[in-house]
Design a binder for this molecule. Sequence first.
Ligand SMILES: Nc1nc2c(c(=O)[nH]1)N[C@H]1C(S)=C(S)[C@@H](COP(=O)(O)O)O[C@H]1N2
Ligand SMILES: [Mo]
Length: 355
Amino acid sequence: MSHAADGVLESLPAPVTDGALDVVRAHPLCAETPVPLLQHAVTPRESVYVRSNFETPRAHAGWTLAVAGAVASARTISLSELAALPQRELVVTMECAGNWRLGMDPVPEGEPWKYGAVSTTRWGGVSLASLLERAGVAADAMEVVACGADAGPRDDAEGMVRFERSLPLAVAMHPDTLVATHMDGEPLTPDHGAPLRLIVPNWYGMASVKWLNELVVRTTPFTGYFQQRRYVFEIDGNVQPVSRALVKSMIVTPAPDTSAPRDCVVRGWAWSGFGDITAVEVAVGEVWYAATLGAPASAYAWTPFELAVALPPGLVTLRSRATDSSGATQPERIEWNRLGYGNNGVRAVTVSVDS
Ligand SMILES: Nc1nc2c(c(=O)[nH]1)N[C@H]1C(S)=C(S)[C@@H](COP(=O)(O)O)O[C@H]1N2
Ligand SMILES: [Mo]
């Protein structure tokens, strides 16, 4: 898709990532975690995938967060006020809803993500609920809209569009929904939302609004661009906003398209926004085996799995399939949707095994 500002953006310098990220698009920055770096339980900070719809706004010390709408007392919170509130840390796996769009057939419009638009990070900050409670949420409140400081033109909308997404009140009030200021104990980096961002565990990444500067409590459903025109499952004209992450798994060792030993330990990660991972099966060719699960770093972090197996020589296809505690299992193929979200279909990787 082209944007009105493309000509300007193409003249900007490309980001220097020194191999820490695989750049999908330089401006605004969209970049995947490279395959070897997906092996870590917590993704190295500089290799956490980036998905930005607009250029990165500049953080400054005078940044504030407004709480407005259906509240008893609208207020503006400064960074130092936030720092004085009770702090929490959570390890959270976050996946872009467009991850593995390239695995869909035909490939839908949108950023051409392979499977590296997923990372796990130790986020630090305060509960969003603590800010909403201080402002006094109205009894008939329904949703909370999180607004980013980033905006720009879109081909299919009038004027400037801001990045804004709403959450149902119950999700906004959950103590584990964070207004984050830190990743891995360090202040957020510019591309990850400095100085403030939302972290919404269990939901696809679009809910975790970066460069957060306003919260608006609503008594009616929000219908903004990124709520109803993007980050929606659109099937036969039927539109449903994307929310929690579907159950999924990913083999990371052996790396796809590399050589593997005959006595192999297949390893990977499984995650779901609908419950704990209860099983992962791994197929070698057409034969499925039960993999062993390890302990996730938190209730919101991906679960490690492994299978020690003897591989036949030659080109071998490996697949993984996860099941969660809601009873959902990854499908062989997903129902195609126009904007290419939520591809949790079973993915095959090919390795070559020495004879
Ligand atoms: N303000 C703002 N927040 C945003 C976005 C954005 O473009 N602008 N992208 C969203 C999407 S689609 C994803 S997947 C996550 C990615 O977060 P990350 O770049 O820190 O990995 O941020 C979300 N928050
Ligand atoms: Mo995303």
